[in-house]
Design a protein around this ligand. Sequence first.
Ligand SMILES: Nc1ncnc2c1ncn2[C@@H]1O[C@H](COP(=O)(O)OP(=O)(O)O)[C@@H](O)[C@H]1O
Ligand SMILES: O=C(O)[C@@H](O)C(=O)COP(=O)(O)O
Length: 435
Amino acid sequence: MAIVLGAIADDFTGATDLANNLVRAGMRCVQAIGVPAAEADIGDVDAVVVALKSRSCPAGEAVTESLAALEWLQARGTRQIFFKYCSTFDSTDAGNIGPVADALLERLGSAQTVMVPAFPANHRTVYQGHLFVGDRLLNESGMEHHPLNPMTDADLVRFLSRQTPHAVGLAPRSVLARGADATRDHLRALSEQGVRHVICDTLDERDLEVLAEALVDYPLVTGGSGLGQALPEQYRRRGWLDEVSEPGRLSPAAGSALVLSGSCSRATLGQVDHFLGRHPGVALNPLALAAGESHLAEALAFAREQLADGGPVLVYASADPQRVKEAQAALGVERAGEQVEQAMGQLARTLVDEGVGRLVVAGGETSGAVVSALGVRQLRIGGQIDPGVPWTQAPWPGREAPLSLALKSGNFGAEDFFTRAFTVLEELTAGEGSA
Ligand SMILES: Nc1ncnc2c1ncn2[C@@H]1O[C@H](COP(=O)(O)OP(=O)(O)O)[C@@H](O)[C@H]1O
Ligand SMILES: O=C(O)[C@@H](O)C(=O)COP(=O)(O)O
């Protein structure tokens, strides 16, 4: 059967977030890590989310990888393409949202797409084209301090206009409030005026439903995972989905418990503090990592010792904006990030080989580095820990139990996320003989 929804996600946590919402809305979904091989067997699924690490790389690379993913999805007869980026629109004037959306539109031969970053369940809304996180504008939400893509402009029409040579327009709430037909008419009128990208206001779930109904026939939609909650119902109405009883089933989990955190987002900093009040942890410092191998070796030794009892233990580079700035001033933005990402990848590979079976990773780039170092190619999506973050599983060679992985977006999750995640995994696998 053809794939109904094929998503191209610009980072790994973002991919998991979207896959989670699709599964919760009743779609059978697989998350592929990177573009799968032409002959890859993905099983009988309704949706495939291809996770790329294309958010912060040069725009040309992001375009090439995204087009490769598109080609793979098109070869499987995919009905609708979804370009997934962050609900906080993480990008810079150089891209990559505008250039990737333009390239996908061109390849699909389509004249217009929409930008729906909102995820109301996680308090990301858009009004008059301005992105809010809770009650703050994006540029006052903490995202203005992001290590790789500081978000200093909440006006998405203006911001996206700097990333594309094409016209950017707005679908305001006043139009959405009049329903799907009115929204469709508005989009058509904008298209006739040559508007290629339309930022869509979205305040709540009802707006997402209206948008999904108006957009179900678009070859390409783009946005956060919120729209992914609402599209499956439209597919169901068209008869494109079979009923499935347990779209997000998990196998028994086993192995010791580790948390790796490379996110410096406000929510993660709170989660690190909360965890350290209850469990052991060790900090990684990019400057010390750059100075030689002993810093990483010490962190590894500490983690090993704590894991002997099963964990959980935390290894974190997460730091406040001042300390991030200091590291970046000394090493450069890219190298500071690379130091941390490489270290996290090495820790994950070593400690999973030595028996970690339950792994939480905080941060999109960090998750990309960890999952790549582990060589995982596909993730099965299970139950949710907090909105946007499910447990996932990948088979692990030589072990009966799969590797259980939770990839947490920087700003997602309640304060007790790092501890509660393991309790939720136990609950999800209770009755399945979990260790
Ligand atoms: N102490 C630090 N100093 C500088 N950069 C850091 C530090 N800790 C982490 N980083 C880098 O910051 C980036 C955080 O991005 P990411 O992992 O995507 O988190 P988020 O999901 O919060 O955006 C990564 O590249 C990470 O390596
Ligand atoms: O849409 C979102 O907010 C997330 O799915 C996401 O992409 C988060 O990225 P990171 O904050 O870099 O983890």
